[in-house]
Design a protein around this ligand. Sequence first.
Ligand code: PLP
Length: 426
Amino acid sequence: MVSEEVKRIRKEVKKHHKLMKESIPLIASENLLSPLAKEMLISDFSHRYAEGEPGKRYYQGCRYIDEVEVEATNLAKEMFNADFADVRPISGVLANLSAFFGLFESGDKLMSLSVPDGGHISHRKHSAAGLREFDINKIPFDKEKLNIKVEKTLEKIKKIEPDLILLGGSVFLFPHPIEKIKGTAEDVGAKIIYDGAHVLGLIAGGKFQDPLREGADLVTGSTHKTFPGPQGGLIYGSSKYEEKIKETIFPGLVSNHHLHHVAALGVTLGEMKYFAEDYATQIIDNAKALAENLYNKGLDVMGKQNGFTSSHQVLVDVSRFDSGRKVANKLEEANIIVNRNLIPSDKVGETESGIRLGVQELTRLGMEEEEMKMLSKWIADLVMEKTEQDKIKEKVIELKESFNDLHYCYEGKRANPYKYIDLVNK
Ligand SMILES: Cc1ncc(COP(=O)(O)O)c(C=O)c1O
């Protein structure tokens, strides 16, 4: 007998599956797992503990878990051409925290982007960086070019002599100028940490930038945004930081890391070895196509000077029409799922003027420039209130029906990515 509460939960989850199946997902931080990676999530690894490191566990029964973790770690090192990688952080924020607590002290000076300029909350005072009690300073940002102001940043580095310069962000349209900052950072003894949470899949495909080769000391990231793995975190970089980062992760930040996620990450890394380049290329082509088409249809797509985007993201200032929140709600009524976002002219805590769109999930489903064009018309019509939500919603559902296979992975045709897997049949 299944209780009413359990029935309710299952029902809501099933409803969610239907919603996603019938929607255009444009949240820039989400993705879909391949069938082989998904299989890992329901394996027995999800039940187990393996505190510590392979070969040095505090629990018995870990011999196969050890093999998998070593394999996943080696694949990460190979993919990102790094001497050291750790696959245990259970999220991108934990990967950031492992760097913050492993290599820095309370009161150390941090330079990072403000949230309206694209920085993640974990880079600023109300979250991880604040918890570490950093003295937090802003990286000067060009609000037109949507990238770091190099000269002003170099001046500021010389003036305040930071301990840590944190690059990368949540709105991340163009590669950051690591090489131009590196020399001055070194002169004042600052380390560069690059938060690649959003762009990890593009880095894997060699299509955005290569932060380590360009001068970052460490790279942190989420494993589930453009990198199409399980939800989790990753840190990689020079082996000179290995010991400190490892002991910060365990026992500092995780006791048991999520072993089924490690297995799924290993599988995704193995798949991405073969598919990442094509995947990243198509993501960027799609983002550019979406941006250009939205712009041509009359929306204020940001970053025009630099070709709108070089990543998976498109940022649109919708303030001429409504608030970001109202526009995102309007799009949701038509099953187009986006998030409202601060843009550089906004202030933290105020109404968001923008919406952020990410094309990595649609690309994974095999959509290309033609679909981006179609989609841009629907979005522009909805934002400019040229049409009813219901009419577009029907078209969205119809389009989505023809995109039910996964691409850029093995066994994608069997994926049926939005299908609810009913193990009980009740
Ligand atoms: C730049 C950046 N860093 C870190 C994170 C946090 O990642 P996670 O949700 O995996 O903790 C995000 C999340 O969106 C992000 O945008």
